[in-house]
Design a protein around this ligand. Structure first.
Ligand code: UD1
Length: 377
């Protein structure tokens, strides 16, 4: 692959909320090389609510997408197929040099597959993470996207090992750090100006922040029962702030659990913007979550994090960070909360290369590998 005397046209794909956060520093970095790179921002429309999409775009200063596909919701297969169908037309029309995808959502896999079939090299940012839980749609998306990719940019050592074990060529793998942390570092100062704590009438380091959205957790009534029981106990110790994801809201309604989730000290809000959420996250006493990105953000912020899943694809957050995998085991969660309240919880440190420069490394590598290094300013 060699592209000379011509701008590299890179379609940068976003679909769901965490993608926006990961793509922001990459677009910013690419824009520093207007003579070399032409980024084209493609939004599949997997997430479309104002709170899930537009507000985050505004918070991050992301440009309006160049292309919007209005894919919307659907079953796993329908959402993936619809994204493929619409992306096919885009690639044929735009003729990009590279297809860059981030993370592990359905849009990530769909766009990789279409590009690979049209022989457009695929760049996967956040490659190699593995939960080894094949029931998760994200795990299938990760494995398949990596298999189709020509550039594999990784966030932690475990990812490099996973990729090599799967037989992927060493030459394709680049350990560059974490673009999600680039965005966090870039916005931390601004997030401190958010008035969300006053608005909710809560004090710093005195509350639990809760997020829940994973299909394998919230799509089962029994799990939501267990969680509401747990929240009743935690609520006796401190207030709980729960910005609710649309999937979770819908499931609570569908299972007729709305009354169960009404309890003193549980403050349920709509999904929040990036800056308000970051403010809540950095000031929390503890974060309880099933998200992947939040495990990483809390590790960087050194805020205790209890992960309600039975495994993590981001083991560095448990090995050296502030994350503990509790699953839905009530006793385990309460034991850790007790340690946190007594200030005896483990102390974490920040993983290697989570320094705010991942996007810079990625863009430099792409330019170098495409033989354009001599054009660098
Ligand atoms: C998706 C990703 C998940 C990621 C999460 C971040 C997949 C398989 N899952 O999960 O990995 O962690 O995004 O949030 O790609 N909905 C709305 N408004 C929206 C978006 C969704 O109401 O803007 C509702 C719809 O009813 C939809 C449901 O939420 O059916 C689930 O949305 P979907 O995009 O399928 O998956 P997420 O659960 O958001």
């Amino acid at each position: 692959m060699r592209i000379n005397n011509k701008k590299i046209k890179i379609i940068c794909v976003v679909g769901a909320r965490p993608n926006f956060i990961k793509i922001a520093p990459l677009i910013k970095e690419m824009r520093k090389y207007p003579r070399l790179i032409e980024p084209v921002l493609l939004h599949t429309g997997q997430h479309y609510d104002t709170a899930m999409s537009k507000e985050i775009f505004q918070n991050l200063g992301l440009p309006k997408p160049d292309i919007y596909l209005y894919v919307g919701s659907g079953t796993q297969a329908k959402q993936t197929a619809e994204t493929m169908n619409r992306t096919d037309d885009v690639i044929l029309r735009e003729k990009p040099d590279l297809m860059l995808v981030v993370g592990d959502v359905n849009s990530t896999l769909a766009c990789s597959l279409v590009a690979a079939k049209l022989h457009i090299p695929v760049v996967h940012v956040e490659a190699g993470l593995r939960s080894f839980n094949f029931k998760m749609p994200e795990e299938m998306n990760r494995i398949l996207t990596d298999r189709l990719s020509d550039f594999l940019f990784t966030t932690e050592e475990s990812a490099n090992k996973n990729l090599l074990k799967e037989g992927l060529s060493k030459e394709k793998i680049f350990f560059v750090g974490n673009v999600m942390i680039d965005t966090l570092k870039d916005h931390l100062k601004k997030s401190k100006k958010s008035k969300i704590l006053q608005k909710m009438k809560i004090k710093k380091k005195s509350y639990t922040l809760l997020t829940l959205h994973r299909a394998e957790i919230v799509d089962q009534k029994e799990n939501l029962h267990l969680i509401s029981d747990l929240l009743k106990i935690i609520g006796q110790k401190m207030p709980i702030i729960f910005p609710i994801h649309p999937r979770t809201k819908q499931k609570i309604k569908e299972f007729e659990l709305e009354e169960e989730f009404k309890m003193p000290n549980l403050i349920i809000t709509e999904a929040l913007g990036y800056l308000d959420f970051l403010n809540l996250e950095s000031n929390a006493k503890v974060v309880i979550t099933d998200s992947g990105g939040i495990q990483e953000e809390t590790t960087f912020l050194k805020v205790p994090c209890l992960t309600l899943r039975s495994e993590t694809e981001r083991p560095v957050t448990t090995k050296i960070g502030t994350n503990v995998i509790t699953g839905l085991d009530r006793e385990k969660v309460l034991k850790e909360i007790d340690l946190i309240l007594k200030n005896k919880f483990k102390k974490g440190s920040i993983p290697p290369l989570w320094d705010g420069k991942a996007a810079q490394r990625i863009v430099r590598i792409l330019i170098e590998k495409l033989s354009l290094a001599n054009y660098l300013n």
